[in-house]
Design a protein around this ligand. Sequence first.
Ligand SMILES: Cc1cc2nc3c(=O)[nH]c(=O)nc-3n(C[C@H](O)[C@H](O)[C@H](O)COP(=O)(O)O)c2cc1C
Length: 196
Amino acid sequence: MLKLALIVGSTRPNRFADIPAKWIVEGAKQRDDFALDVLDLRDHTLPLFNEPAPVGYTGGKYSEPAAEAWRHLIGQYDGFISTVAEYNHAPTAVLKNAFDSASFEWNRKPIGFVGYGGVGGARAIEHLRGIAVELQMAPIKQEVNIAMAEYLGVVQQGKRLDDYGHLVASRTAVFDNLVWWGRALKAARGIEVKAA
Ligand SMILES: Cc1cc2nc3c(=O)[nH]c(=O)nc-3n(C[C@H](O)[C@H](O)[C@H](O)COP(=O)(O)O)c2cc1C
């Protein structure tokens, strides 16, 4: 069974993130091809990255105990989904910091994104795709974009994300492709390779 983690990528009071996070968990409960844990960055308080040496020179070790705990936790998973808030056309600082607070543990694992905002978090997701590639991850093409109409529908009109068929379909596509890449990369990680 694949072990995936949902990273809740914003932490401010009254965050919208709780709505997509709950909806992702509900969707995951209908699946028997992966297990999903929630890693809420509110619960995993990480200091702002301040390491004296790049982790490439330390064998991936961090001097901060919280980052050490985080990277060991990340190392337990076969793939990830992240909620993506867009702050000034970019990912949240807390989410970028969470990526910086582990290194090799991200390698050769897939990640999918569930964004929201004016254009469904698309601009922030594009940043995250580049970050993920640098971490030797496989960012999957399929994504969920909760755009302005659906965002306001939920926040102001009492709608649920399940009321929007295209969002449910894109959630399924993200799950399906995370499983495909997760299985492929899990198998490949079992093969000794010398590539850096
Ligand atoms: C600092 C800040 C910057 C924002 N910048 C953008 C933006 O560039 N694009 C966008 O679509 N929404 C932007 N928003 C609106 C967010 O999409 C909206 O507040 C969303 O709920 C934020 O996610 P959160 O509630 O999980 O924190 C911004 C919000 C904040 C707080």
